[in-house]
Ligand binder design. Structure first.
Ligand code: C5P
Length: 226
């Protein structure tokens, strides 16, 4: 018998992480950022100098690596991300990792390894899991499924603000829009578990809504459903 699961999927920059974190805090559930796991594997691939198209080496690495997500007091990054005992919380948010992660996340063996881990963590439920394939593949029986979207321009603006807050180098809105559109395309056209709204997911378009508006809407919906 497991506790409820809230699945939040959607494209890059739709506000998933902040929303998922707030929902988890309000409901006393554990927050699971699956994108951080794909980012951590990508960081390790780059760090080891493995070619992005070396599927075999990457599959082996994904199966052998140890990923840990630990809570922290840091408001900027409330979850610390570790791979093979290295803290990569900051390093997985760089432009280099962001530009390569979709290619790595498209590899079937990588997805298999990470999804298995996510399902192990989610066995007893009680979590808000966020990603691209949570409602469709990782937890298809989740009690609540949300598909968060926003326009490309709104998402680029949010990403720019995130970068500013993290003290990262300034990137133009134009460049961010281009990067986001490209990642949307890669994530939704890949063969394995593409980004897709689950048939039973509720779609929330978040342009012009504040994070806390969106979080309360999800909490209300969750309470109605249970
Ligand atoms: O959510 P975030 O932007 O951190 O995700 C980074 C990338 O990881 C996505 O662009 C996507 O390629 C991949 N991803 C995925 N499946 C998930 C979560 C993330 O393919 N469940």
């Amino acid at each position: 018998d497991r506790q409820p699961i809230i699945a939040i999927d959607g494209p890059a920059g739709a506000g998933k992480s902040t929303v998922a974190r707030q929902v988890a805090t309000k409901l006393g559930l554990v927050y699971l950022d699956t994108g951080a796991m794909y980012r951590a594997v990508t960081w390790l691939v780059l760090q080891q100098g493995i070619a992005i198209d070396d599927d075999c080496a990457i599959a082996e690495l994904a199966n052998k690596c140890k990923i840990e997500l630990t809570p922290s007091q840091d408001l900027q990054s409330p979850v610390r991300v570790w791979i093979n005992d290295t803290d990569v919380t900051q390093d997985i948010r760089t432009i280099e990792v962001t530009s390569q992660v979709s290619a790595i996340a498209a590899q079937a063996a990588v997805r298999e390894a990470l999804v298995k881990q996510q399902q192990r963590w989610g066995k007893r439920g009680g979590l808000v899991a966020e990603g691209r394939d949570i409602g469709t593949h990782v937890f298809p029986d989740a009690e609540v499924k949300i598909f968060l979207t926003a326009s490309v321009s709104e998402r680029a603006r949010r990403r720019q603000q995130d970068f500013q807050k993290q003290g990262q180098p300034e990137v133009s809105l134009e460049q961010l829009e281009k990067d986001i559109a490209e990642r949307d395309w890669k994530d939704s056209t890949r063969k394995v578990s593409p980004l897709q709204k689950a048939a039973d997911a509720v779609e929330l378009h978040t342009d012009g809504l504040s994070i806390s508006d969106v979080a309360s809407q999800i909490v209300d919906y969750y309470q109605q459903r249970l």
